[in-house]
Ligand binder design. Structure first.
Ligand SMILES: O=C(O)CCC(=O)C(=O)O
Ligand SMILES: [Fe+2]
Length: 206
């Protein structure tokens, strides 16, 4: 469910989950702004505070349902990918099955912890940070016995917003890893290259 404003959400989101999803998104947005703000500040360059809201202006709440699959190895679940967003805040139930790729090339499971959320750096934040924050490559394997539900919130810029390493970062790092481009351009390319891990980022490399 794409969020642009309250009126559109009320008009177009499915009646059955509209109010719960809307309340959750509103409450989570303050926390997401806090996390994204802290990460951007952590880069150690001055930036205009208005950019923070720009980079999380487009929001989406998804609801993923994974039916049980007797032979999980024969199904995709969710193929390996990094998220397009700046940040993803993910609520998962108690089933498990979310895996993240680690540096040696292996996969570790992110076990469900009651009351905890998973925070994923997305490609957009990797680009904004000139490659300092790495987007998390992840995948989901279905359970053979129980259905699973997850509810990610994605926050991204709008398509007309320019993304690229924050001003001053390339000088500080002594190298420019990513170019400046419209988020809409990145998005179009991203959806043309699904489930090939982090190959999507090559498009934004210098
Ligand atoms: O279901 C999950 O835990 C993750 C889903 C996911 O990676 C996505 O929706 O982008
Ligand atoms: Fe994802």
């Amino acid at each position: 469910m794409i969020y642009m404003n309250d009126e559109e959400a009320m008009l177009f989101w499915p009646r059955e989950c509209r109010d719960a999803a809307h309340d959750y998104l509103k409450a989570a947005s303050k926390m997401i702004q806090g996390i994204l703000g802290a990460l951007l500040r952590g880069l150690g360059v001055e930036y205009d505070e208005s950019l923070l809201s720009c980079y999380m202006e487009a929001k989406a709440v998804n609801m993923n349902f994974y039916p049980p699959c007797p032979n999980p190895e024969l199904t995709v679940g969710v193929g390996r990918h990094s998220d397009l967003a700046a940040l993803t805040i993910l609520l998962q139930d108690d089933i498990g099955g979310l895996f993240v790729k680690v540096e040696d090339g292996g996969w570790i499971e992110i076990p469900p912890v009651e009351g905890a959320i998973v925070v994923n750096v997305g490609d957009t934040l990797e680009i904004l940070s000139n490659g300092r924050y790495k987007s998390a490559e992840h995948r989901v394997i279905a359970s053979s016995t129980r259905a699973r539900v997850s509810v990610p919130i994605f926050v991204s810029p709008r398509p007309h917003t320019m993304i690229g390493p924050l001003l001053g970062l390339a000088e500080k790092d002594g190298k420019t890893v990513y170019r400046h481009l419209l988020f809409g351009e990145y998005m179009t390319n991203y959806f043309g290259a699904a489930h090939q891990g982090k190959k999507t980022l090559v498009f934004a490399r210098l």
